[in-house]
Design a protein around this ligand. Structure first.
Ligand SMILES: [Zn+2]
Ligand SMILES: [Zn+2]
Length: 345
């Protein structure tokens, strides 16, 4: 079968790799769609301690079960399924409490387990038993289903900041995750949604997602702009869906008293520390938290939201490439040319 193999930093080659049959407990998938995640681009550029080239990455996957190993009862040949990223080890404190994204082993598809930038993939027995493998409902396409993974992360992120009815929500960074959060936040009850983005091009793309206010932080001071929009109160919830420490600082600066800030977007290696007076948090009585990844429960909720049309993930897809053109797919994702980039092996 053909696979895109990450051979070294910045080097990904599409080539034939040995075909495998599923061992006992394993499942074999024919990949139909695998979306490029920001973390895939980071692995490709900077590596990751959990990825050892040559490796196949990609964790936003949808496909068909084409063979099952002996002893597998949960899935059958012909099932359409989508995968999430974080896989529970099943043994540690966090996994036993349904919080596998905090697992010490930190297993994930496209990291320790081979990923979806390939025609086929074998699911490890751990993935089959405990992992985020969600059946794709009728009427949901492979493309939509692949995006249940990022949507699951968005759900975890907004759930953690206890977004509730009547809140003002501010999203800093309108990449695919930010755009999904505009829509998701609206459905969770936010009555006012503010979207902030530095590049004009991405801000324009985000206009389709129906925030109430769009602020270009390349042109204006976002903290002042948001203060004006909220009559000096600040938003109840601010989520940073970008990898910028300045955005983290602005989020804490702009959030309302008693508000919640989620530092959702991870920072690159070598990023400086936050420079915020502790008293800002103290006197605001605000909550500053973080969130990363998701658990299988979020993946199931994401799929249900896609099925019911609550979040229109397909609207995020701006680019599609065959597996042979994975280099172009990564280039498009890295240059932020659009929103979500899909590879269709
Ligand atoms: Zn992802
Ligand atoms: Zn664990």
């Amino acid at each position: 079968m053909k696979a895109a193999v990450l051979e070294a930093l910045g080097k990904i080659t599409v080539k034939d790799v040995p075909d495998a049959e599923p061992a006992p407990g394993e499942v074999k998938l024919r990949v139909r769609a695998c979306a490029v995640c920001g973390s895939d681009v980071r692995i490709y550029r900077h590596g990751n301690p959990r990825v050892h080239p040559p490796a196949i990455i990609g964790h936003e996957v949808a496909g068909d079960v084409i063979a099952v190993g002996s002893g597998v009862e949960k899935f059958n040949e012909g099932d359409r399924v989508a995968l999430g990223a974080d896989v529970p080890c099943g043994k540690c404190h966090w996994c036993q409490n349904g919080l596998c994204n905090n697992c010490y082993e930190n297993y994930a598809i496209g990291y320790q387990f081979p990923g979806g930038f390939a025609e086929e993939m074998i699911l490890d027995p751990l993935v089959v038993d405990l992992g985020p493998v969600t059946p794709i409902p009728e009427g949901v396409s492979y493309e939509q289903a692949a995006l249940a993974e990022p949507l699951a992360c968005a759900i975890n992120g907004l759930e953690m900041c206890r977004l509730s009815v009547g809140d003002t929500l501010c999203i800093i960074g309108t990449g695919p995750l930010g755009c999904m959060m505009i829509e998701l936040g609206r459905h969770m009850g936010a009555t006012e949604v503010i979207a902030i983005q530095r590049s004009k091009k991405r801000l324009e793309l985000a206009r389709a997602f129906g925030a109430d206010h769009y602020v270009c932080s390349g042109d204006t001071n976002p903290v002042e702009a948001v203060r004006e929009i909220t009559d000096g109160l600040g938003p109840d919830v601010v989520v940073t869906t970008c990898g910028s420490v300045e955005a983290h600082e602005q989020a804490i600066e702009m959030v309302a008293k008693r508000g919640r800030v989620n530092l959702f977007g991870g920072l690159g290696k070598g990023a400086r520390n936050l420079n915020v007076p502790s008293n800002t948090i103290h006197y605001k009585e605000c909550c500053v938290l973080g969130s990363h990844g998701s658990v299988p429960r979020h993946h199931r909720i994401a799929m249900a939201m896609i099925e019911k049309g609550i979040v229109d993930v397909a609207r995020c897809i701006t680019h599609r490439f065959p597996l042979d053109e994975i280099q172009a797919a990564f280039d498009a994702a890295e240059k932020h040319e659009g929103l979500k980039v899909l590879v269709k092996p």
